[in-house]
Design a protein around this ligand. Sequence first.
Ligand SMILES: NC(=O)C1=CN([C@@H]2O[C@H](COP(=O)(O)OP(=O)(O)OC[C@H]3O[C@@H](n4cnc5c(N)ncnc54)[C@H](OP(=O)(O)O)[C@@H]3O)[C@@H](O)[C@H]2O)C=CC1
Ligand SMILES: CC(=O)[C@@H](O)[C@H](O)COP(=O)(O)O
Ligand SMILES: [Mn+2]
Length: 379
Amino acid sequence: MKSIYLLGATGSIGTQTLDILEKYKDLYRLVGVSLGIRNPKLNERIIEDFKPEVVCLRNESDLAYYESKYKNIKFVYGNDGLIKIATHSKKGLLINALMGSVGLEPTIAAIKSKKSVAIANKETLVMAGDLIMKLAKDYKVSILPVDSEHNAIFSCLQGEKIEDVLKITITASGGSFRDKDRDQLMNVTKEEALNHPNWKMGSKITIDSATMMNKGLEVIEAHHLFQLPYNQIKTVLHKESIVHGMVTFKDQSLKAVLGSSDMRMPILYALSYPNHLDLDIKPLDFDAIGQLTFKPMDFQRYPLLELAYQVGKKGGLYPTVMNAANEKAVELFLEGKIGFLDIERRVIEAVETFSENKENPTIEEILETNKKIYERVGS
Ligand SMILES: NC(=O)C1=CN([C@@H]2O[C@H](COP(=O)(O)OP(=O)(O)OC[C@H]3O[C@@H](n4cnc5c(N)ncnc54)[C@H](OP(=O)(O)O)[C@@H]3O)[C@@H](O)[C@H]2O)C=CC1
Ligand SMILES: CC(=O)[C@@H](O)[C@H](O)COP(=O)(O)O
Ligand SMILES: [Mn+2]
């Protein structure tokens, strides 16, 4: 039995991970889990179904209730609680399904306590990919991609040498506004933005998909995961989200992973790697699909993707600045405080006005910059 620690269990990736853990209860034991604030009933269902040893609550104020109801379980809370889950004494795999920059510190803590990490939380790699990949090497643990495109590319790379790769290609659905021109984006609503054509995901990533920031974050994520320079990382518009990721080798042969738009597939592969286990999801039916389409990425339409390449190449604290500005701007948009196009305006402005870059920043410098930019963009 493999011990599993799951952060962000109540979210989109979290609940789909729980589906997998439920199906494979004979292989995986949920030892530690972090819960949410949105759905108390779901929290209790998770505790009762999986009976974990240690549970992290988001708020201290809930501690007394849970401790009196579930006497055999250890409860912790807040950001320190996430670290306690990540450093729990039993070995195992940590699945990071948290949303946003809060995922960084628990990831580092897990690696330092010799746990491999299956990472959905791309923001962590964007902010501190160099440090995370180095730490993982030093502590001899694996970083397993959960993000669908990276999981697909990871799968294509099995048995291959990275020196033989010409380029990798990340597909992009185009998001909820893919059929709109820029001048039609002025008055779009939050509800429209949250209506992703192919995937049912958390709010923040759905907005990132609509602005194409998601692809930008994914390009930086891929740079770190696969240790490839940015000129070998390409994106292409593929509205069907059936081809998830591709690897082109030097002899122009190309491998790709295709599948339904269902995150349980990459989640399971990250858990079961190097094996592929049974999964009851919609199979691809090529007779019904008919055709797959690909269109070149339009960087003028999606300036945040171009910004991400620039920021990734500059390195240092720039990716943290872009990520923090985006995190705050998306939050403001979801609260109805700014318009859709203001998201990219705020992100671009934060990056353009940033003048305190440092090469090879420490975790403390990354966290400090993250906080500073997040606050600045919110003011
Ligand atoms: N959803 C998807 O299909 C995909 C997601 N990803 C990435 O995976 C990550 C998770 O995405 P997704 O599942 O969609 O997000 P959700 O918003 O659905 O879930 C996020 C989870 O993190 C918890 N959480 C958020 N903030 C905090 C905090 N400050 N402290 C503790 N817990 C917190 C949430 O709790 P609560 O319930 O209280 O909100 C929830 O459990 C993101 O980085 C995203 O980019 C990558 C590929 C696909
Ligand atoms: C499912 C997944 O991995 C998401 O990150 C996905 O990529 C979002 O779709 P977009 O291609 O629209 O960004
Ligand atoms: Mn993705």
